[in-house]
Design a protein around this ligand. Structure first.
Ligand code: ADP
Ligand code: MG
Length: 231
């Protein structure tokens, strides 16, 4: 039995007006089924980040609608959406909002506390998740004391710790060497074994082998539109 956790219909995005108009995303349908690791691949400028930002509710489309976990995103107020996102979505973007003053442990536990966990259990789960991503020895370090690969693992731990239903990743390996890149991708893949669904956009062809389905984009459109490549 498959279950569509995300369905976008006719979503598109244009920037600018007249001669300066850029159709970053042409009208596109996109879906994700529970447990998938969908990779959106394509060259730089093909509209991948725009697609991801729209389906994760970070960007309002010019037209079209997005339904996630049986909720229409455009039917929610800002506040309702912020709560919905905190509860159900994890984001893995390059260096996404790591707070300079907080240790690795605090970066992760603060999100859990915001979700309503008490400090003790939040710290416990944060520690376990950081150990899971190989940062047992780095719990007390701040971002400035961590390498690029370690920072990215903190970002992943922060996304995984709250056990979100959906994880959205935008070029999660772009600043990493190949070994760190492989590890980060493996962690995302493992998250799907633990019940998460992952949508990852990348222009890095090495990551494609990890996907359960690959959707290719070019010039603001999915190609071929009807039949995403299955691997
Ligand atoms: P990708 O992630 O595949 O590199 P993007 O979705 O970032 O592609 O961008 C798609 C197109 O939209 C590109 O031509 C880009 O220059 C343009 N674009 C993206 N964001 C903006 C913006 N805020 N204003 C104007 N043009 C934009
Ligand atoms: Mg991008």
């Amino acid at each position: 039995m498959t279950e569509r956790v995300l369905e976008a219909v006719g979503i598109c995005k244009s920037y600018g007006e007249g001669a300066a108009r850029v159709d970053a995303l042409k009208p596109t349908d996109f879906y994700v089924e529970r447990g998938e690791f969908v990779m959106v691949a394509g060259p730089s400028g093909s509209g991948k980040s725009t697609l991801l930002a729209i389906i994760s509710g970070l960007l309002t489309p010019t037209a079209g609608r997005v339904r996630v976990l049986d909720r229409d995103l455009d039917s929610m107020s800002r506040d309702t959406f912020d709560k919905f996102r905190l509860e159900h979505f994890g984001f893995v973007f390059q260096g996404f909002h790591l707070l300079p003053a907080l240790s690795a442990l605090e970066q992760v536990s603060i999100v859990l506390e915001r979700q309503g966990l008490q400090r003790g259990p939040a710290h416990q789960r944060a520690r376990a998740t950081l150990e899971h991503v190989g940062l047992a020895g780095r719990l007390r370090n701040r971002p400035a004391e961590l390498s690029g690969g370690e920072k990215q693992r903190v970002v992943i731990a922060r996304a995984l710790a709250k056990q979100p239903q959906l994880i959205f990743a935008d070029e999660p390996t772009s600043a990493l060497d190949s070994e760190n890149g492989r590890q980060v991708t493996r962690m995302l893949r493992t998250a799907t074994d633990e019940g998460a669904t992952v949508v990852c956009v990348t222009h890095d062809p090495r990551l494609i082998e990890h996907a359960t389905r690959v959707v290719r984009m070019e010039d603001g459109a999915v190609i071929p539109p009807e039949e995403p490549v299955m691997i």
